[in-house]
Design a protein around this ligand. Structure first.
Ligand code: GAF
Length: 382
């Protein structure tokens, strides 16, 4: 939806007043999955799909919000007891509350918003929404919150108002995104580096299974708990280990008998994935996309067999990619449904997409959705 369209809807809803308009994107992640809450590396980039919001302070003590895509309204205050019932409104409320908790003064506002990040596809529609409002309120109210803290406001919203104990990757990418660049972020130190990403002769494409799993949040939180349990167990022998990122396979094997088999598998995946992100950064610097692709397949295998966040449909798409000679393919984001991310040679692109659509439809009754990835800028005023 364009800026003009959002303004028009805002004016229809709210007495013809003129709003300001902000946008924040969703993200892709080349490699480094479920590593961000383990103090490890991620490799995301913001995309050309996001949320767009028109916003204007209303001089009352109630936020009045309208979700254009859902045709739903919500009205809520700014104190803890005023939490809205609508799932989507919790994101707006949470952002306001997290700003207030950090000492910021939030004034009530009218707002309408829309988005084109597919929901539940692993492309971070929720981070896009959080970042849009965190960025807009910071800008409009001159709160002086830095970009790292804006990302943390979105993350805390997930933890405290949505119930997902996520890492920082999605909000970070949505705020810090830069056109044509992926970002390697060290989530332990928050040091980051932009990597130009324009792989000549390759395309990056997402295939969305359209599968969404209801229990994804609790399963996600359980993965995090497994990792933290292992890190705590290892740290009794090796106090320098604060996160799984700090642990080696030898350390993990030392505590194998003290943790469950499940925790062992989850942790093995994270330790291996940490190394893969390092390998991919080196490969990218050499322009070695074959290695990048090979690591993507390894990640998929780990996410499917050790971390167990894939599903039948994602594995099926991954197999088709492999059979087709696609350079790299894997489940992207939290998993439990959603997309695969695929690094495909230009000359294979058309036949791969056609084949994936055909085979997937024959098996599951519908085609996967196809999104070509365009790496874009992060949160901004329009
Ligand atoms: C979700 C979370 F929000 C991220 O923090 C990250 O853990 C990701 O899953 C998996 O890499 O998108």
């Amino acid at each position: 939806m364009t800026k003009e369209q959002v303004i028009k809807i805002f004016k229809e809803k709210f007495n013809n007043e003129n709003p300001e308009v902000y946008t924040s994107p969703g993200r892709v992640n080349l490699i480094g999955e479920h590593t961000d809450y383990n103090g490890s590396f991620v490799f995301p980039g913001a995309i050309d799909k996001g949320m767009i919001a028109a916003i204007r302070f209303n001089g009352t003590d109630k936020i009045r919000a309208y979700a254009i895509d859902l045709d739903e309204s919500s009205e809520f205050g700014l104190i803890e007891e005023d939490a809205p019932n609508e799932g989507w409104a919790k994101y707006l409320f949470g952002v306001c509350r997290e700003i207030i908790k950090r000492g910021g003064t939030v004034k009530a506002f009218d707002t309408v918003f829309a988005g084109d990040v597919p929901l539940g596809a692993g492309m971070s529609s929720s981070a896009a929404l959080e970042s849009t409002y965190a960025f807009a309120l910071n800008d409009l109210l001159n709160l002086g919150i830095d970009k790292f803290e804006l990302a943390r406001i979105g993350q805390s919203t997930e933890h405290n108002y949505v119930g997902v104990k996520c890492g920082i990757m999605d909000q970070f990418a949505s705020i810090f995104g830069k056109e044509g660049h992926l970002i390697r972020l060290d989530t332990k130190t928050m040091e980051y580096e932009y990597f130009p990403f324009n792989p000549k002769g390759y395309k990056l494409v997402l295939l969305d299974t359209l599968v969404k799993h209801e229990l994804a949040s609790s399963a996600y939180n359980a993965r995090r708990a497994s990792c933290e349990n292992t890190a705590a167990t290892i740290s009794k022998l090796h106090p320098e280990v604060k996160f799984l990122r700090d642990a080696s396979m030898d350390m993990l094997n030392e505590v194998k008998d003290q943790i469950s088999e499940e925790d062992y598998m989850r942790s093995k995946y994270v330790i291996e994935e940490t190394q893969r992100v390092i390998d991919v950064s080196n490969a990218l610097q050499q322009g070695d996309y074959e290695t990048v692709g090979q690591k993507m397949y390894e990640t998929h295998h780990g996410m499917s067999k050790l971390y167990e966040v894939s599903c039948e449909e994602l594995d099926f798409l991954n197999d088709i990619a492999k059979e087709h000679g696609v350079t790299g393919s894997r489940v992207m984001g939290g998993g439990f449904g959603g997309c695969t991310i695929n690094l495909v040679k230009d000359e294979l692109y058309d036949s791969f997409i056609a084949d994936a659509k055909k085979q997937f439809k024959e098996k599951y009754g519908h085609e996967p959705k196809v999104y070509d990835v365009v790496i874009s800028d992060g949160a901004r005023k329009l």
